[in-house]
Write a protein that binds this ligand. Structure first.
Ligand code: FES
Length: 259
């Protein structure tokens, strides 16, 4: 398994090595631009555009589709009733925390760089993740909620392979499949899940199912090493899936059938 994962991730590891040779500020600025761009795209589409649904495709931003209570304002998309889980999951993710602390708060802007010496907050004033940021500790609960959302996205992906009610492979269904695989990989490479499965166990032979937990822990650890990669790839795949559905809705591209 480790060998297979290495083959998949090696090009990205090489690319990461090349990125490390860039000036230190390229990373924080790129992260800022991508996260702000993603946030703006999500807000604009769900506030101002129709629900992303085309034939047997439902945009992951709207899944699962649920009804709104009577007090729900008409102008507010029902997508918000679902989005709090995946957005909260990403906002409290250990990797994204590192990324946006550096990108938005410059705290620190780049480790081992001279910029660290110009950090806005000195080391003496650093107080860790307190006050508002203490809420990051509920990451585990977002993890549970996101498993429910992923279950619905899995059903949506099965539906994507059933154009006109019978099995078929289209460009759209492949986009759904890639998105689902990346989302699941991001989910199960989560640091919190790894801790729950085996990281908190001191003695595997002393607990029920210790051997299975140890194997699962090792397996998750392989995926966890590339957690940042899965975080970014799954973010882009979400975006691509929604954009593809909107292009279909607008009649800009046809949904090519392969089988
Ligand atoms: S640590 Fe990133 S999703 Fe849990």
């Amino acid at each position: 398994m480790a060998g297979t994962t290495d083959v998949v991730t090696r090009p990205f590891t090489v690319a990461a090595g090349a990125v490390k040779r860039l000036p230190w500020w390229v990373g924080p600025i790129t992260v800022t631009a991508v996260l702000v761009g993603f946030g703006i795209y999500v807000m604009i589409t769900i506030l101002f555009f129709a629900r992303g649904e085309y034939e047997n495709y439902l945009s992951p931003f709207y899944s699962p589709p649920i009804g709104t209570p009577s007090w729900w304002p008409d102008w507010l998309s029902p997508a918000f009733l679902v989005l709090w889980a995946p957005l909260g999951f990403r906002a409290t993710c250990y990797y994204y925390r590192k990324a946006y602390y550096r990108a938005f708060f410059w705290d620190p802007p780049g480790c081992a760089s001279k910029a660290q010496q110009r950090e806005p907050r000195s080391a003496e004033n650093y107080r860790g993740e307190r006050n508002l940021f203490v809420w990051n500790n509920i990451h585990r609960y977002f993890l549970y909620a996101t498993f429910v959302v992923l279950a619905f996205l899995t059903i949506d992906t099965v539906r994507a392979f059933l154009p006109e009610g019978s099995f078929g492979i289209t460009v759209g269904s492949l986009i759904f499949l890639v998105n689902l695989v990346l989302l699941w990989t991001y989910q199960i490479s989560c640091h919190s899940l790894r801790h729950l499965v085996g990281g908190r166990v001191d003695c595997y032979s002393c607990v029920t199912g210790g051997s299975a937990r140890h194997k699962a822990y090792n397996w998750l650890s392989v995926l966890n090493r590339q957690h940042a990669l899965w975080a970014w790839l799954s973010l882009f795949s979400l975006l691509i899936t929604d954009v593809y559905i909107r292009l279909l809705l607008a009649g800009v591209v046809p949904d090519l059938r392969i089988i």
